[in-house]
Design a protein around this ligand. Sequence first.
Ligand code: COA
Length: 187
Amino acid sequence: MRRPSISGALTRQQTLTGNKVRLRPKRLQDAANDYSWRRDAELCSLDATTPISCSFEEFLENYIEELYHPGPSCRFAIETLDGKHIGNCGYFNIDEVKGQAEMGIMVGDKSFWNQGYGADAVLTLIDYMFSQTKLKRIYLKTLNWNIRAQKCFQKCGFAPCGQLTNRDHTFILMEIYSPVHRQGQTR
Ligand SMILES: CC(C)(COP(=O)(O)OP(=O)(O)OC[C@H]1O[C@@H](n2cnc3c(N)ncnc32)[C@H](O)[C@@H]1OP(=O)(O)O)[C@@H](O)C(=O)NCCC(=O)NCCS
């Protein structure tokens, strides 16, 4: 069977099941958790962002717009197998010509850190992306001092491939190639 383009897979988003987590399409009921995670100073600093200061009502307005009119990106909620929403992950910056996309993840519920939930979500997502689309390469950025994130991505097969520095932060770039493109990697 021919695999669809990377963004073609966005139109038929499904629920993906890993060993510890389920990745499901985002829904309106996720808004309260997402709002509290976007206001959390520690979570924001790990992601090089600034906590939002808008009201929940304002947040919800944008949330609904993004939910029903998403751009060219694919976002999943991360749930435990018994249905607790613990974070989000997804991919964006899709480049069909180069066959690559950027991925991101956040386990917002801190009581689930360091127990393999993040790695299982990443492995479930990249397995889906490589098996269901024509994607060759997935890359991500993480702050150079975010050791937990780097360890998690290394466990999943990502390797460092560069650094990116702006005025305030230094990021490590990490990448992984699809199993069929791992021999003789070309960019
Ligand atoms: C980054 C994140 C996705 C990782 O998910 P997770 O479920 O906590 O990670 P995992 O348990 O799969 O793996 C983390 C690994 O780092 C290790 N680790 C954690 N802190 C560490 C430290 N200070 N030094 C060395 N190793 C460390 C853990 O022991 C674990 O390795 P192990 O499985 O070999 O024991 C999650 O913690 C998260 O979203 N954090 C908040 C937001 C964030 O960091 N965002 C940036 C993402 S780019």
